[in-house]
Design a protein around this ligand. Structure first.
Ligand code: PLP
Length: 390
């Protein structure tokens, strides 16, 4: 079995060894229910409290503002539905065209329930127009949901500034921060953000655990009703191993943040620069400056993203394509379309997303293989016009 080279960390990440170690006892030895009255269960409750403190420390908030959920998708859904349920008289929601489906699909569905949903557009570099946001905010607006960093391009939105603009109008602001948490420092104590979603498996904790941050005083109705867990805000017996793991992953993230923004970023930059130089008619999608340190999204004219992925896969290199063909549709990614990336380029886009586990040798190997793959595919392409595209 070939060792994989994993450049798909925005899809999911490897569970850190330290995280795996820490969660293991909670399956077989410390399996008590934290709600039980006995000491056996109680000691588990103590570890949940500790995990909550660790998450709060990474985010710069109070532990009481952390609600554990089952995933980023649940956190997003709860934030949106919970806010609307708490203020039913207001009927307008503002989001963006480049959100993850966990936000976009939920918002689009609201239209069939009589809500007005505004999807803000982005420019060629994937940036929002904050004047347009300001113009759309009105007395009927109940919620603005805008992601902190885009999963496909890594482009970072100025959420602090957006949060100030939105909350100063008395409107609730939610951000899907799944991609940014653990990669870029956040400090919620200095920000009026009301609601924030994160997901364990994007920061080296396992799948099946997430967090919804709810700022004190934010009006939100619970989504899951039942027992009194999570202060009655999210019923259901706690995913103890997952929660303990997420706490540990947050602690590690704080420790690795500098590495992420220096070594990992340098590896990403090396990969990106080499590919742009060795592959004609290639370009980076999205603003390069305000971007996650681990992500690059590159378009190759006249080739199919899926074909590139297949050839990369033969070398054990895992990446992801910007088009949604894999999900049964021939449409290119909604994010690249919103940015006005030409059809021919959007179809041939590849996202490389790195992590602290990547090495320079892995990057060098990909740098060697990419021009071979692109040249080979262009030889086969009926559209090949290499060198005339610019
Ligand atoms: C992965 C992801 C989600 C969904 O998180 P899950 O835990 O997989 O449900 C939501 N938003 C963004 C930006 C993501 O990258």
């Amino acid at each position: 079995m070939m060792k994989e080279i994993y450049f798909d960390n925005n899809a999911t990440t490897r569970v850190a060894d330290e995280v795996y170690e820490e969660m293991q006892p909670y399956f077989r030895n410390l399996y008590g229910n934290p709600s039980s009255m006995h000491t056996f269960g109680g000691q588990v409750g103590i570890r949940i409290r500790e995990a909550r403190e660790r998450v709060a420390r990474l985010l710069g908030c109070d532990p009481s503002e952390i609600i554990f959920t089952s995933c980023g998708t649940e956190s997003d859904s709860t934030a949106i539905h919970g806010t609307l349920a708490a203020t039913p008289q207001k009927r307008k929601v503002i989001t963006t065209r480049v959100e993850h489906p966990a936000v976009l699909t939920v918002c689009r569905e609201l239209e069939s329930h009589g809500y007005t949903v505004v999807e803000l557009g982005v420019d060629k570099l994937g940036r929002l127009d904050l004047n347009e946001l300001e113009h759309q905010l009105d007395d009927d607006t109940v919620l603005v949901s805008i992601m902190a960093a885009n999963n496909e391009t890594g482009v970072i939105f100025p959420i602090e500034q957006i949060a100030r603009m939105v909350t100063s109008r008395g409107v609730t602001f939610h951000t899907d921060a799944v991609q940014i948490v653990g990669k870029v420092p956040l400090n919620l104590s200095k920000s009026p953000i009301n609601l924030l979603s994160l997901s364990g498996h994007k920061l080296h904790a396992p799948k099946g655990v997430g967090v919804l941050y709810v700022r004190k005083g934010t009006r939100i109705a619970p989504f899951m009703l039942g027992g009194h867990q999570e202060g009655g805000r999210r019923a259901g017996t706690e995913n103890v191993p997952g929660i303990v793991a997420l706490g540990k992953a947050c602690e590690l993230a704080a420790r690795h943040m500098e590495d992420e923004n220096t070594r990992v970023k340098a590896l990403r930059d090396k990969l990106e620069k080499a590919i742009l130089e060795s592959c004609p008619d290639s370009r980076v999608n999205g603003e390069r400056e305000h971007r996650l340190p681990n992500t690059t999204n590159i378009s190759f004219e006249y080739v199919e993203g899926e074909a590139i992925l297949l050839l990369l896969d033969r070398h054990g290199i895992c990446a992801s394509s910007g088009s949604a063909c894999t999900s049964g549709s021939l449409e290119p990614s909604h994010v690249l379309r919103a940015m006005g990336v030409p059809f021919t380029a959007a179809h041939g886009s590849i996202r490389f997303s790195l992590s602290r586990y990547n090495t320079e040798q892995e990057v060098d190997f990909a740098i060697e293989k990419m021009p071979e793959i692109i040249n080979r595919l262009r030889e086969l392409s009926p559209f090949v016009q290499t060198g005339t595209g610019r």
